[in-house]
Design a protein around this ligand. Structure first.
Ligand code: FAD
Length: 298
């Protein structure tokens, strides 16, 4: 990706390991890490960011693949969307592969990474609802060689932020061997940012349905009551299908939780009506949630 920024970064460091990258950030506190550059360089080109130094993560091989650990996959933050979209990865974490395949046009998927998607934390970040529904955690590399775990949901909610000089090293995702779905609605034909998305996991081991709605709020929303209601309807020891009416009711439950009705005024008068665009968003969320649960149980 090229930049038309009038001022190029004064220094660019290309470390070969994660700890070297963290050390480079510690040595130059103003330095900004860059992975695929698809978000960062967009901000630079738009004149919103003028980094004086960059720490490139492209040569850090240890974060470009994945490994298995105690029923979990440790996914390197440097995994590109294109790599996650391939069949071997899709067999492992199907919903994350589906989200990666939906993330922008091919040139963006070839460069853009999982770690960059998380660190940018854009509401429309396609991997974010999947990581929320899977209850994934981050393994963060800290200065001095330290490692600490941060829940993705806590990071996105601002409850546990990355500290100065820290980098996302890996994403710990449970291997569920259970149905998991990602669906996305966009405002245009072809690749586009999500106007709403849903990630849904049916987890027989914990007898849970977990659902996260993306793009409609600053962070993915978990409609916990609707999740529990759907789980209570499922015959976990028998056929797991649900009738169409239950799927439709689930969609409505999720959509009303995530796009709520306006509050009743204090004087007890008529509550204001939802604007047509908001009503459309609510219908979109309902349709996505209904389809996701139907597909997961089919
Ligand atoms: C045309 C276009 C279309 C797009 N479409 C989509 C889409 O449909 N869906 C979607 O989800 N995204 C989309 N994106 C956004 C972008 O491609 C993704 O968010 C991508 O995953 C970012 O990854 P990156 O490696 O390019 O991040 P970078 O641009 O390199 O970095 C982004 C931010 O993350 C930080 N960072 C990077 N790696 C780490 C790390 N390991 N630890 C800590 N901080 C780190 C950087 O400092 C920077 O602040 C689109 C972007 C463009 C330009």
């Amino acid at each position: 990706m090229t930049t038309h920024a009038p001022q190029a970064a004064a220094s660019v460091t290309l470390p070969a390991s994660l700890d070297e990258a963290v050390a480079a950030l510690a040595a130059t506190p103003a330095a900004v890490p860059v992975a695929g550059g698809t978000d960062l360089m967009t901000s630079v080109n738009a004149g919103q960011l003028r980094p004086t130094a960059l720490v490139g993560l492209g040569r850090v091989r240890e974060i470009r693949g994945w490994q298995y650990l105690d029923g979990h996959a440790l996914l390197g933050a440097g995994l590109t969307h294109a790599r996650m979209g391939r069949p071997d990865f899709a067999a492992l974490i199907p919903a994350l592969a589906a989200a990666a395949r939906a993330a922008g046009p091919p040139q963006i998927r070839n460069a853009g990474t999982l770690g960059g998607n998380i660190a940018t934390a854009a509401p429309s970040g396609d991997t974010l609802p999947v990581l929320a529904a899977l209850e994934a955690t981050l393994v963060v590399a800290s200065p001095g060689g330290g490692r600490r775990e941060v829940s993705v949901s806590h990071l996105l909610a601002g409850m546990d932020m990355l500290r100065g000089g820290e980098l996302i090293g890996w994403v710990r995702v449970p291997l569920l061997h259970a149905p998991q779905i990602f669906l996305k609605a966009t405002g245009r034909t072809g690749p586009g940012r999500a106007t709403a998305s849903v990630a849904l996991v049916v987890d027989p081991a914990r007898r849970e349905v977990r659902c996260a709605i993306g793009a409609i709020a600053p962070m993915p929303l978990r409609p916990l009551e609707a999740e529990r209601w759907a789980a209570s309807l499922i015959d976990w020891d028998g056929e797991r299908g649900l009738p169409q009416e239950a799927l439709t009711a689930f969609g409505t439950y999720v959509a009303t939780a995530c796009v709520p009705d306006p509050e009743v005024p204090a004087d007890g008068g008529e509550p204001p009506k939802l604007a047509p665009a908001v009503l459309h968003l609510r219908r979109t969320v309902a349709a996505l949630a209904r389809r996701a649960l139907g597909r997961a149980l089919s």
